[in-house]
Design a protein around this ligand. Structure first.
Ligand SMILES: [Fe+2]
Ligand SMILES: [Fe+2]
Length: 141
């Protein structure tokens, strides 16, 4: 794992974080019905975490001599609240898998600080996924 390779993979992660920010912001706006107050607030609260992840990645890419991407991954289209919640779980599970792999990449690259930070991000995304799965678990509609 050389510097160019780790920068490229961190840029893929950065695209994912930009996508998560857009996804939560858009879904919060699109949330309607009696659960709108709580769900919109829940989605918007996630934006702060994803922004911190994006900020870390952009800074780390620059520190490694790379150019941070400005391109988000496409956001899954969703019409109903159920579809939105399901799409969020899928995106968070993807983030967990990506960062779990990235921890191994950072170990191979030999950057302990990056390993620790990425492990924190696995923890954050696991919390996001579990919270959202608990919303869906007893979804009444
Ligand atoms: Fe994130
Ligand atoms: Fe997340």
């Amino acid at each position: 794992m050389d510097k160019k390779e780790i920068v490229q993979r961190l840029n893929e992660d950065l695209s994912g974080e930009f996508s998560a920010i857009i996804q939560y912001l858009t879904y919060a706006a699109k949330t309607t019905g009696p659960y709108r107050p709580q769900l919109a607030q829940f989605f918007l609260a996630e934006v702060a975490d994803e922004q911190l992840h994006a900020q870390f990645l952009a800074n780390k890419i620059v520190a490694l001599g790379g150019e941070p991407t400005t391109q988000p991954r496409p956001v899954a289209p969703a019409k109903t609240i159920r579809e939105m919640v399901q799409a969020v779980i899928k995106a968070e599970r993807t983030a967990i898998a990506d960062y779990t792999q990235r921890v191994k990449d950072a170990e191979a690259f030999g950057d302990k600080g990056l390993v620790v930070q990425l492990e924190d991000m696995v923890r954050d995304e696991s919390t996001h996924a579990e919270e959202t799965e608990r919303i869906l678990r007893d979804w009444p509609l």
